[in-house]
Design a protein around this ligand. Structure first.
Ligand code: KG4
Ligand code: ZN
Length: 341
C-alpha cells in the first residue's frame, strides 16, 4: 500500500510518499518569508501553501516513482486553521478525483509515531516526547490511537522558548537551529538558570496553587525565558554563546529529568523523540545517554514533513475505515481523540 501524505499545518509545505519498505520520497518547502516578522504570519503561510502544494505533490510522486498512490493522508490539525485547510482540501480533492480512501491525520500523532518509519522501530508500548514550536508533551504510546499524556508543559512549548530566546538575542526565526549551533560554542554552566521541578518536589504552599488535574511531572518553560531576559538586562550580560548554552542545558535537563521519571514510573524503557526540537544536537546526545532504549529519527524527520503524515495514514488504512470527506480542520486536537469529538 502506497500512501501520499500532505503537511501544511504551519510554515512547511511538505509532501511525502510512504510504502511497505518505508519512505519513498519526502519533499519539503520551508517558507522563509516569516523570518522578517520574527514568527509565522498565518495569512502568508496559507497563501504560500496554496502556491507550492501542487508542485510539491507532483515532485513527491515523481521522486517516489509513483503515478497514483493507494491512499491519501493530510494533516487535519492541530495547527493554523487556514494553513491546515489548504493541505486538507487539496488532499480531499485528490482522494475524491482518484476515488481513493482519505485520512485526516493528527499532526501530533504524526510526530509521536514518526520513529516507526526507521529501523529499528520501537515496539509498543513506548514513551514518545513530542517537542515542537507549539507543543511539548511526553506520551505513553500503548498502540495506534492510544496515547496517554505522562507530562506536558503548562505554559510555553520548548520550541517557543527557543524562538523567544533567539528573538531576544536578535538571532532570527526560527530560533532553534541557530541557538543549537551557537550553544555548541558556549559554556553551559556560565549562567545560572532555573529548572522547574516536578510538582511532587515543590513546597506545599506552592503546590496548592496548581490544578490537581495536572500531572505532577508537568513542565514549564516560561520562567526560564524570563530568566534569560533578566540575565541579558543585568549589569554584566553574558555572551550570546554562553547564554544559549546555559539556556539549552536547562531545557534539556528538564526534558531528560521527566523522561527518566516517566520511565521509572511506567516501567517502559523505550523512548522515542519527535518534533522540531528533537533535531537538537544536545537533546539527542543526552537522551541517547539516559540508559534507556532510545529511538531518534533522522533530523529531517523531526521537523515537519510529509512522510510522517503518510506514515499515520498508512497505519490507519491498514487497521480501520477512512475518514469522511466532510472532515474539516481543527486548531486544537489531542492525539488519539476522535476528529469529530
Ligand atoms: O515540529 P516543528 O517543525 O513545527 C511545529 O509543529 O511547531 O517544530 C518547529 C520548532 C521551532 O520552534 C524551532 O525553533 C524548533 O522546532 N527547532 C529546534 C531545532 N530545530 C528546530 N529547536 C532546537 N534545536 C534545533 N536544532
Ligand atoms: Zn510539528
Amino acid at each position: 500500500m502506497i500512501v501520499l501524505g500532505i503537511e501544511t499545518s504551519c510554515d512547511e509545505t511538505a509532501v511525502g510518499v510512504v510504502g511497505p519498505e518505508g519512505v519513498l520520497s519526502d519533499v519539503i518547502h520551508s517558507q522563509d518569508m516569516h523570518a522578517e516578522y520574527g514568527g509565522v504570519v498565518p495569512e502568508l503561510a496559507s497563501r504560500a501553501h496554496a502556491e507550492k502544494l501542487v508542485v510539491s505533490v507532483r515532485a513527491a510522486l515523481a521522486q517516489a516513482g509513483v503515478q497514483r498512490p493507494d491512499v491519501i493522508a493530510a494533516t487535519a490539525g492541530p495547527g493554523l486553521v487556514g494553513a491546515v485547510l489548504v493541505g486538507l482540501c487539496h488532499g480531499k480533492a485528490l482522494a475524491a478525483t482518484w476515488g481513493l480512501p482519505f485520512f485526516g491525520v493528527n499532526h501530533l500523532e504524526a510526530h509521536l509515531l514518526s520513529p516507526l518509519l526507521d529501523q529499528p522501530a520501537p515496539q509498543f508500548p513506548f514513551l514518545s516526547l513530542v517537542v515542537s514550536g507549539g507543543h511539548t508533551a511526553l506520551y505513553l504510546a500503548h498502540g495506534l490511537g492510544r496515547y496517554e499524556v505522562v507530562a506536558q508543559t503548562i505554559d510555553d512549548a520548548a520550541g517557543e522558548a527557543y524562538d523567544k530566546v533567539a528573538r531576544m538575542l536578535d538571532l532570527g526565526y526560527p530560533g532553534g537551529p541557530v541557538v543549537d549551533r551557537l550553544a555548541a560554542t558556549g559554556d553551559p554552566t556560565a549562567v545560572a538558570l532555573p529548572r522547574p521541578r516536578p510538582r511532587a518536589e515543590l513546597p506545599q504552599t506552592l503546590r496548592r496553587g496548581l490544578s490537581l488535574a495536572r500531572s505532577d511531572l508537568d513542565m514549564s518553560f516560561s520562567g526560564l525565558k524570563t530568566a534569560v531576559g533578566a540575565a541579558l538586562a543585568g549589569p554584566q550580560p553574558p555572551s550570546p554563546a554562553d547564554l544559549c548554552a546555559s539556556f539549552q542545558e536547562a531545557v534539556v535537563d528538564v526534558l531528560c529529568d521527566r523522561i527518566s521519571r516517566a520511565a521509572q514510573r511506567t516501567g517502559v524503557r523505550r523512548i522515542a523523540i519527535g518534533g522540531g526540537v528533537a533535531a537538537n544536537g544536545r537533546l539527542r546526545a543526552r537522551v541517547a545517554a539516559l540508559g534507556l532504549e532510545a529511538f531518534l529519527p533522522p533530523r529531517a524527520r523531526c521537523t515537519d514533513n510529509g512522510a510522517m503524515i503518510a506514515n499515520v495514514g498508512r497505519l490507519r488504512a491498514l487497521s480501520g475505515p477512512p475518514d469522511p470527506l466532510s472532515l474539516t480542520a481543527r486548531a486544537g486536537w489531542p492525539p488519539g481523540a476522535e476528529p469529530s469529538a
